[in-house]
Design a protein around this ligand. Structure first.
Ligand code: CP3
Length: 384
């Protein structure tokens, strides 16, 4: 397997990257916090509201199926095998960084590793997406959740993060991430992705107490999981509330946001208690652009935007003290190069250079032409 792995490590056009061999051979330590100093810290500066050298850009799902080298790894390895094997997870995390001048990396994993750690089977079916063959059917199923030892079962994510920090050699920061409680609840009840979230929304209506019990269980796990990632070396975090789009505004404010706020508040308390330097937190609630002032009031450093809101309107709604991230329509990546470049330039100029991290408004889609990533990254860096 090691030889296969090395074959994927095509010669890097980017200098100063530690070879995987050095990490796996023990020349580079995979534990401890003796990480190389950070060179390009524009993402962290933008998140903290400090001046940047250039507008930073990264892309949700930047390691993914639009890259042939990712497909090559997936042809040989199951999705969760990649997640669970630090060498493979790091290789895949590194793939977009070899091609594009990105300002951040995000550890390769999935939001569904938390339900897995709680004892729920999750399979990744090619062409289908995640499948949970034994979803939660009723409140009694909460008993099935094994809440002890979850972080031991997620240790592999920490190992991948630590290894990745060394492989990055301080080039750019590393994001850790998690699914948010409502989004995880949705997958656990639906048994996979859903166009309507009808069963999960049925729980909210029919089993309000059990729903909030589940949301609290997930919130506790998310907090521990984010702490695990920060201890391992994650320099900034993103919470994906991707299924917010299924909730009404009122539901978002009662079912999603209170738990998102608890994550932020408890995390900060734990940072203080454990002497951990706080890292910036990003909240991405897809489909919840109706509640941007409320999101800004939670204390997250960065609010992620989907593409349904105009940048200037979003800024008006959140005020000056929060960083915005986003929000190009992933579909725009299919436009001709010149048109795409103009759209990116306009977007970045609307957001401005202060407190802004460029990204898409959701994950990059599998058929996206690779050249569009080059156009996107270049246009962001050229815009201001
Ligand atoms: O951004 C990155 O490069 C890091 C990796 C990452 C993945 N999933 C890898 C992945 C991240 C940040 C995620 C988060 C995730 N996973 C979310 C939140 C973000 C979002 O898109 O809303 C969600 C909802 C999931 C659950 C999930 N995983 C779905 C619905 C799917 C299938 C749909 C799809 O886009 O493929 C996945 C699979 C998945 N996760 C793939 C990748 C690269 C592709 C699967 C494969 O290789 O077979």
């Amino acid at each position: 397997m090691f030889i296969t792995l090395m074959l994927f490590l095509c010669t890097s056009p980017v200098p100063h990257l530690v070879a995987l061999e050095e990490v796996t051979s023990g020349k580079v330590t995979t534990s401890g916090d003796d990480f190389p100093p950070l060179k390009n810290d524009n993402v962290l500066r933008a998140a903290r509201g400090e001046p940047v050298d250039r507008v930073p850009v990264w892309v949700m799902r930047q390691a993914g199926r639009y890259l042939p080298e990712f497909q090559a790894v997936r042809a040989k390895h199951d999705f969760f095998e990649v997640c669970r094997t630090p060498e493979l997870a790091c290789e895949v995390t590194m793939q977009p960084l070899r091609r594009f001048d990105l300002d951040a990396s995000i550890i390769f994993s999935d939001i569904l590793v938390i339900p897995q750690a709680l004892g729920i089977t999750v399979e990744m079916k090619p062409g289908v997406g995640p499948v949970l063959p034994e979803p939660l059917v009723g409140p009694a199923d909460l008993e099935r959740l094994n809440q002890t030892g979850t972080m031991d079962r997620l240790k592999y994510v920490g190992d991948a993060i630590t290894m990745m920090r060394h492989m990055l050699e301080g080039r750019i920061p590393l994001y850790g991430f998690t699914g948010a409680p409502w989004t995880l609840m949705g997958y656990m009840i639906e048994g996979g992705g859903s166009k309507t979230m009808s069963k999960a929304k049925g729980w909210l209506a029919d089993h309000p107490e059990a729903s909030h019990k589940l949301l609290n269980i997930l919130t506790d796990q998310v907090i521990e999981y984010l702490l695990l990632q920060v201890r391992a070396g994650a320099q900034i975090l993103q919470v994906f509330e991707s299924s917010a789009e299924h909730l009404s505004k009122e539901q978002y404010l009662t079912v999603a946001l209170p738990y998102l706020k608890r994550i932020r508040d408890d995390l900060h308390r734990r940072f203080a208690e454990e002497g951990i330097t706080p890292v910036p937190l990003t909240l991405f609630s897809k489909g919840a652009m109706h509640s941007l002032p409320e999101q800004a009031a939670t204390g997250y450093d960065v609010i992620g935007l989907d593409w349904t809101i105009d940048p200037e309107e979003a800024r008006r709604l959140v005020g000056p003290n929060v960083t915005l991230q986003g929000n190009l329509d992933p579909q725009d990546m299919y436009k001709p190069k010149e048109e795409l470049r103009e759209l990116v330039l306009t977007m970045v100029r609307k957001f401005g250079k202060h407190r802004y991290i460029a990204n898409l408004g959701h994950g990059i889609t599998p058929q996206t032409p690779i050249e569009s990533m080059e156009v996107l990254v270049q246009a962001v860096h050229d815009a201001l």
